[in-house]
Design a protein around this ligand. Structure first.
Ligand code: SAH
Length: 461
């Protein structure tokens, strides 16, 4: 390690910035975020630096640098484009034992500034020791996107309970266990959802009561249509902190690979007409597991509220007073159409789009066919493979053209993604003669024609 990472308190301390250009401006803004008292010396400072001075946020001295400027400074940043001057400032600062940073000259620096992820009071610093700032910035961008912004609020809340927790748990192990539970449980989730006051109350309650009778929480998570890159950050975070995961057939293997390694996995079906665990059983299982104090992730394909019976599952939870959250996912209609180059709406072909269930009940579908068999509309049929013949007949019977374009998308967004395009009249024949398997989505509408031009994902049909 070439540098020792430390965080310096420069609150209300005098910090000198020599040079007042754009780069200096960025450093000044950083120093101001840490509440430094900034003095900038430059005869020709840029507009932004002048504006800061006009607003009284910094002191701007409009002249050339003088040796005496460094007197009684706590920290110095040299951001001039004069090499000799930078070297002189570095020398002076070192002689006076004042930390100095010279922009783009690691050799002249006694400290370097890392890339930071600011979730104050939580701050993460990334540095390549001045070797490759671009790489540090890339890593920073990755961390930015995976660390929820509300972590700062969580750290703040934790900080305000620190003394109480110390008093309650004298044993350091107990203390650590308490914090770990807090940071990955319902209190943290409440903070992330912006319910700070509720989180504070819960925290107080947990400290006041014994934590034995604690109820867990259920996360109803949309796992998307298959491609794991289509998961939301929130879905991923909750999948990785759950103690137990209930999943079904629609959740892809690649998505399942992302759940916490040591989580218990429970498969709850459902193959068509062969439900491994009936719906009532799933609803009850969620309640029972949460009552044991476990964090339960109910992972569903697509979006849990679109033909996913997610509503019924959380109804039972609500009736039993179990806390839950719902994470939307990319629904099959959206994922399959996008990955097939079929925009669900398009100004020239379709002004609306309907998602309907094509599930056959007693050999038929109870759908408002007159409303569906219209022009300028896209219809997306879920669970309709078995009912393809029926829906084709019904739509034509109600006036839809038999040459209306139709796409069947099998295992959309996955490596096995496959598309067949046909017409409404030909649909039953295609389903009967081609090796099409569930899960398949059927898209009906003029927009299907656009696939010819817009297909980008698969090799074409
Ligand atoms: N909640 C899910 C839908 C569940 S209903 C969602 O929002 O996507 C199950 C039906 O969804 C399947 O019969 C099929 O029609 C469709 N489906 C789900 N994932 C699919 C995929 N990857 N490719 C094609 N169709 C899919």
């Amino acid at each position: 390690m070439n540098y020792l990472p430390i965080f310096i308190d420069i609150k209300h301390k005098p910090c000198l910035v020599i040079g007042g250009g754009d780069i200096a401006y960025r450093k000044i803004m950083l120093l101001l975020r840490a509440n430094a008292k900034v003095v900038c010396v430059d005869k020709f400072a840029c507009k932004n630096v002048h504006a800061l001075a006009d607003e009284g946020k910094i002191v701007l001295i409009s002249r050339n640098f003088k040796t005496s400027d460094i007197d009684s400074q706590s920290l110095i940043v040299s951001a001039t484009n004069n090499k000799e001057l930078n070297a002189e400032i570095s020398q002076l600062a070192n002689n006076a034992n004042i930390p100095v940073n010279v922009i783009d000259s690691p050799d002249l620096c006694s400290f370097i500034m890392p890339s930071i992820i600011d979730r104050s009071p939580l701050v993460i610093a990334v540095s390549s020791g001045g070797k490759t700032p671009v790489l540090s910035r890339l890593i920073r961008a990755k961390l930015e996107s995976t660390i929820p912004h509300a972590y700062g609020k969580l750290a703040e809340l934790a900080g305000s309970f620190r003394d109480q927790v110390k008093e309650k748990f004298t044993n350091i192990e107990d203390r650590r266990y308490f914090w770990e539970k807090t940071f990955s449980g319902i209190i943290a989730e409440k903070v992330f959802a912006g319910k700070i006051d509720e989180a504070r109350e819960d925290m107080q309650q947990q400290l006041d009561n014994s934590s034995d009778s604690e109820v867990g929480e259920v996360y109803l998570v949309g796992g998307g249509p298959g491609d794991p890159d289509l998961l939301t950050f929130k879905a991923l975070r909750l999948m990785q902190q759950a103690d137990v995961v209930l999943h079904d057939r629609l959740v892809s293997k690649e998505v399942m690979d992302l759940v916490r390694r040591d989580a218990e996995l429970i498969y709850v079906g459902k193959e068509r007409d062969n439900h491994s665990v009936p719906q009532d059983g799933i609803n009850q299982l969620l309640v029972d597991l949460a009552k044991q104090g476990r964090r339960v992730c109910r992972l569903k394909g697509g979006d849990p509220f679109i033909f996913g019976r997610g509503g019924e599952e959380i109804e039972t939870l609500a009736e039993n007073g179990i806390p839950f959250q719902v994470v939307p996912g990319i629904t099959a209609a959206s994922g399959c159409s996008t990955y097939s180059g079929i925009p669900l709406t398009h100004r020239d072909y379709s002004q609306s789009c309907r998602f309907v269930t094509g599930h056959l009940k007693d050999g038929s579908m109870n759908l408002p066919w007159d409303e569906l068999a219209v022009e300028q509309q896209t219809i997306v049929f879920y669970m309709a493979l078995k009912g393809a013949q029926h829906l084709s007949n019904k739509l034509i019977e109600h006036g839809m053209r038999s040459d209306m374009p139709v796409a069947l998308v099998e295992k959309g967004t996955t490596p096995d993604h496959r598309v067949w395009t046909t017409t409404l009249g030909e649909l039953p024949n295609v389903v009967a003669t081609q090796p099409i398997k569930a899960p398949t989505l059927i898209i009906v509408g003029e927009v299907v024609k656009l696939r010819k031009k817009l297909n980008w994902f698969d090799s074409g049909d």
